[in-house]
Design a protein around this ligand. Structure first.
Ligand code: ADP
Length: 164
């Protein structure tokens, strides 16, 4: 069984994240979207909110082989526990590449049985990040072009609440 993990902060999940998930989903038996719990970056959204937002997108897209979980500690430990042989990552720009290369060598040294697979961002989303969505949303700008359809109202409200 080909199991992959798609790890990230997903703070929040954007159309860029969804695009990568949709590219990867047909290639694996199971993909676990794994929300990082103790990122060095402080999170705006709670793990439960992030998971609910992702669940809503996965259901709307009918991605039946996608599960959602969260993890802390080493990603490789999480992959081993799950029996996952693949890590999915998205690449937007050369800056992503340099960061990913560093993380890849660390993971590679920890476990050579777990392969990282990279998917190129849809050019439409290559500038898009969770932080841009948070910033635009908190300033009252329309975030409809950047986040999955069913999540717009919830995200817009939460981001505006915080700005007040
Ligand atoms: P992390 O803190 O692990 O980078 P993110 O939630 O920012 O968490 O990103 C998770 C993954 O999704 C990363 O591989 C990142 O490059 C990818 N990603 C983020 N935004 C986009 C986008 N707009 N298009 C394609 N991939 C993206």
């Amino acid at each position: 069984m080909k199991i992959a993990v798609y790890p990230g902060s997903f703070d929040p999940f954007t159309l860029g994240h969804l695009d990568i998930l949709e590219q990867a989903a047909p290639l694996y038996d199971e993909i676990c979207v794994a929300i990082l719990k103790n990122s060095a970056k402080r999170s705006f959204f709670k793990i439960e909110e992030k998971a609910e937002i992702i669940r809503c997108c996965v259901e709307a897209k009918g991605l039946r082989n996608v599960t959602i979980s969260s993890f802390d500690g080493l990603l490789i430990d999480f992959c081993q526990k799950l029996g996952a042989g693949y890590i999915i990552r998205g690449l937007r720009t050369i800056t992503d590449f340099e960061y990913e290369q560093q993380i890849h060598s660390v993971n590679w040294n920890l476990d050579r049985q777990v392969h990282t697979v990279y998917f190129m961002s849809n050019p439409e989303y290559s500038f898009l990040s969770s932080s841009i969505v948070r910033e635009l949303g908190s300033l009252g700008a329309d975030i409809t072009p950047y986040v999955p359809a069913g999540t717009v109202d919830y995200l817009q409200r939460r981001l505006m609440e915080n700005a007040q």
